[in-house]
Structures are given as C-alpha cells and as structure tokens.
Ligand binder design. Structure first.
Ligand code: C2O
Ligand code: CU
Ligand code: CU
Length: 526
C-alpha cells in the first residue's frame, strides 16, 4: 500500500504543473531563522509532538482508505490539549487557553516536504508556516509561541508551495480551539457539549481509495469537487445528542467547495462566533454559507425535540464557479435540494433547556476612522484566465520576494478591497468559461496574521438567484480571516497590523488556486 501511495505522489509531480523542490532555490540566509531545536529558557505550558505521516482511516463504512494524517502526543500539559475528533478519529484537535505558551515538535514523515500553518492565529514570522520554512522528509521543526488570539475556532494545515491542496486532501488538517476568560463568563455549553463538524468533500475509487485531481492546469483552475461530503472524516456522520444546548463548531475544511447549510427542521442557525471568535451578540440566519476555511460557531438547543427524534445538518455544495453539484453527490438522501451531511439523534432523558447568552464578548476597537487609507483602499484585483490565477496580475514569486506595493506598517490600520469583477464587461463572464476566457468564480480570500472586519460589499451588476441565495447566508460579522468574494463583487475589509513584523501571505483559500500561485507575500515593517 505504501508503494502505491508513493507512485501516486510521483505520478502527480510528473504531470508538469507542480515543480518539486522549488524551496531549494532559496538561499539559506533568506530565512529569518530555522528553528530545528527548542530554545532554552522558553518554558512552555503545553508541549506537543505532532507527526505528519501516512495512515489508514475508515471514511466509508467497512473500507480502509490510505491517508496522510497528523499523529502526536502530549509531552507536557493536560491530556485535553491534544485529542482526536470522533468520526474516523484521525483529525486532531489542539485545545488551549489564551496566554498559554506552546512548544510543538513537528516531524515530517511524509515522502515530500511540508510545514504547518496555524490559520487565524497571530504568529511571529518563522512560526507562521510560510512555505519558505517547509522541511524535508525525515526532518523536524520546533514551533514555540504564545497564544494571543481571542477564544474561537481556528485550525491548522500544511502550507508547502504547490502541494497544499494535495496534502490537505490526503487528510492533513486539524482544529485549533482557543478558550479565554471572556468566553468562560459567557457560560457557553461545556466542552462535552461541543459538536465540532469539519466538512470536507472527497472522491473514492472502486477500492475505496482517495482520488484527487490529475496534473492538468485546467482542473486546478476549476478546483476539486468531491462526490461525498465527509463530516469529521466519515460519510453519513451520525451522533447522539442530549436534550440540551450545544455549541456546534462548523468548519469548511474542503479544498474548493463551498456549502450552503441549514437545519432539517428549519430551526434558525444561531451564530455566536465566526472565524475570529465570539460575536458580541448572537445573530440568527435561516442558512449559512461557508467558503473554504471559514468557521461559524452555532448555538443549538435540542431540548425541544423528543427522544429518538433526529435533526440533520443539510448542505448544498457549490463549486467555485457556483455550479450546484449536490445532486451528483452520493450519500444520504436529498431533502429538497440539499443532502444530510450530519445527523443528530436525540437521546432519552429529561429536557434541559438553556437560555442563549445575551452578551457573548466585546470586540477590540477596530474603526474605519483609524485607517490610514479610509477612502483609498489597497486594491487586490482577482483574475482568472489564460491558464492563470492571479492577484493584481501577479502570481506567487520567489519565497521571500515582496513587491513595493505589498508592504504595510506595524501599528497601522488599513482598508483592503478584494475586487472580483475583472471579467465584467468583457463578454466572457459565463460560468466556468473556457481556458482562453476569463472565468468568474467565487474566491475565499484569506490574510495571514490578522483578523479583519468586513466593511462593505458592492457590485456593479445584479446578483443572479444563486448569488442572492448564497449572500443570505454570509457570515460577514465579527472578526474574520477569510471572506468569500462572489463574482462581480468588491469586498472591503478593515484590519490592523499590531502584533508582529515580517513576511506573511494573503491568498485565495481554494487550495488549487493557492497552489497555482494565487497568493502573495506581504511585509509588515516596523
Ligand atoms: Cu489557511 Cu495561508 O492559509
Ligand atoms: Cu492562514
Ligand atoms: Cu480562488
């Protein structure tokens, strides 16, 4: 089995798209430092071992699927610092309290280079998992950092250049959950009443093995779309729940697919948190739209249902070109136009209703008046076409190259505008246009090392019915690190660079787009 896996990897590499070993072009002195060993004097509260390695999981009932996974153990600290999600049991959950110091010994036992990025956290440059730090098979990297983000649902994943999509697809991803005192004061459901749900789509061959894209550039432009929507690594996810309040941590961990979600009994989705942690007050929606990388914490109280009843989370799946491909997916039956991706059966016992908290948190002040460029946003033009996926007509260049217009100052606040209207007015804005034309797609845009506020969305034409439907479920509130930008839209976000200097990334979080180079370095300078 291991031999097959290796062949598959090499086969993809020879497809011509993905150049192996580009990190070797980097002169060693361009890296700020390469921490291979622990720093004496750094006294961690939690010390973990994390290994990326081949493994096996039961994703489809009764089938053994070869995967890549993170394994590991707690070397110091509470056992609850590193656990495994239910479902197929290989997806890790790191759980910490704000202010804690972490040391993580990461070892790469994959047949190719990798590195771990902590998505949504504030990190010193060398700890951020930039592809320039990717380590070779058999080597290790020591992460040391203090958790200084608000309580919330963050995550981690590989970030090697041009291989992120493949590695995440193979199974490498985990949740990074942060708690803090403010959250404790909000009296949310306890950890035992949390329901983390990681949504990822996968395709399988007749032997139950994962099938990814071939090496064709066009396939990468379109992004991967899978035939099964897995939750926590399994198809047809089911779980028994008590007749009381729960905190659902929804996370779209797919490569390219976006989901439009709702409850099967039409109860509202009560959102208490988004990417960057808790909201001030909960917000109710009939549906939620989650692009790749986006998270939503949802309050749900099952005390209104009888024992034995079940409630499902229903999902419609959309490709980045906004084609609804739910009907082509195998799995639990359709309800109207959506499929059940997770089903909760209500357990017996007395109902214990819980009042949803009024006050959840207070936000750090982040106001437009403080921006250095309030009326003149830094514009990031998104374009697809001619076989390329670009930001401001550029793709990712040398590992440490920073363009003059990709520099910001530490301590300042800026408005950025993601403009996804490049194909407008060119007469070729059709869905999934050909290789020669411009493709109009939804791009989930992500910025490292910051959390932003979504200021506005504008468009120069009318949204079609799909776009309107998806817009109703946007989670444009609270603090965000990914924002979904629909075709024809311009989205302005406000962010403040307060924590670190160094080279960070902004990119489209469709992993195939990121791997095509729809990603840029930016420098936070003192
Ligand atoms: Cu999930 Cu570069 O990030
Ligand atoms: Cu990130
Ligand atoms: Cu994209």
């Amino acid at each position: 089995m291991a031999i097959d896996r290796r062949k598959f990897v090499l086969g993809l590499g020879s497809g011509g798209l993905l150049l192996a070993g580009s990190r070797h072009l980097l002169a060693a002195d361009h890296r700020m430092l390469l921490p291979a060993t622990a720093t004496p004097g750094f006294d961690p509260d939690i010390e973990l071992e994390l290994v990326a390695e081949p493994g096996v999981a039961e994703m489809l009932q009764g089938q053994r699927t070869s995967i890549w996974r993170y394994s590991g153990s707690v070397l110091k600290g509470n056992d609850s610092s590193l656990t495994w999600l239910d479902g197929s049991g290989y997806l890790p959950v790191i759980r910490v309290h704000r202010g804690q110091k972490l040391r993580i010994h990461f070892t790469n036992n994959l047949p190719e280079a990798s590195i771990v990025h902590w998505h949504g956290l504030h990190m010193p440059q060398p700890m951020d998992g930039h592809p320039m730090y990717a380590i070779d098979p058999g080597s290790s990297f020591v992460y040391e950092f203090t958790v200084d983000t608000r309580a919330g649902t963050y995550w981690f994943h590989p970030h090697p250049h041009q291989r992120t999509g493949f590695q995440v697809y193979q199974g490498l991803a985990g949740l990074f959950l942060v708690h803090d005192d403010e959250e404790d004061a909000a009296h949310l459901p306890p950890v035992e009443r949390e329901l983390p749900l990681v949504l990822q789509d996968r395709s399988f061959d007749a032997q139950g093995q994962l099938v990814y894209l071939g090496g064709m550039r066009h396939d990468y432009m379109m992004g991967f779309s899978g035939q099964r929507v897995l939750v926590n690594g399994v198809a047809d996810y089911q779980r028994e729940v008590a007749r009381t309040a729960h905190r659902v941590r929804l996370f779209n961990g797919s490569n390219a697919t976006l989901y439009h979600l709702r409850w099967s009994d039409n109860r509202p989705l009560v959102v208490i948190g988004t990417d960057g942690g808790l909201l001030e007050h909960s917000i109710s929606r009939n549906t939620l739209t989650l692009g790749v990388g986006e998270r939503a914490d949802v309050w749900v109280d099952f005390s209104d249902r009888e024992p034995g009843a079940s409630v499902s989370l229903l999902a419609e799946s959309y490709s980045p070109s906004l084609v609804n491909f739910t009907a082509q997916q195998r799995g639990a039956p359709l309800q109207d136009d959506a499929r059940a991706v997770a089903t909760f059966t209500i357990s017996s016992g007395a109902a214990t209703p819980v009042e949803a908290p009024q006050m959840l948190s207070r936000f750090p002040a982040l106001v437009l008046e403080e921006a250095v460029n309030g009326n003149n946003p830094r514009s990031i033009r998104i374009s697809m076409g001619m076989g390329s996926a670009m930001l401001n007509n550029r793709t990712f260049g040398a590992m440490d190259e920073v363009a003059d217009d990709d520099r910001v100052r530490l301590g300042t606040t800026e408005v950025w505008e993601f403009a996804n209207d490049a194909s407008m007015g060119m007469g070729m804005g059709g869905r999934g246009g050909g290789m020669g034309g411009m493709m109009s797609m939804a791009h989930p845009m992500h910025v490292h090392n910051v959390q932003f506020r979504v200021l506005s969305r504008t468009r120069n034409d009318r949204a079609d019915s799909t776009q309107q439907r998806l817009s109703e479920g946007f989670t444009d509130f609270g603090l965000k690190d990914v924002v979904l930008v629909l075709p024809g839209e311009r989205v302005r976000v406000l962010m403040s660079f307060q924590t670190h200097t160094g080279i960070y990334l902004y990119h489209c979080h469709i992993l195939e787009h990121e791997d095509l180079g729809m990603m840029r370095n930016f420098l936070i300078e003192a």
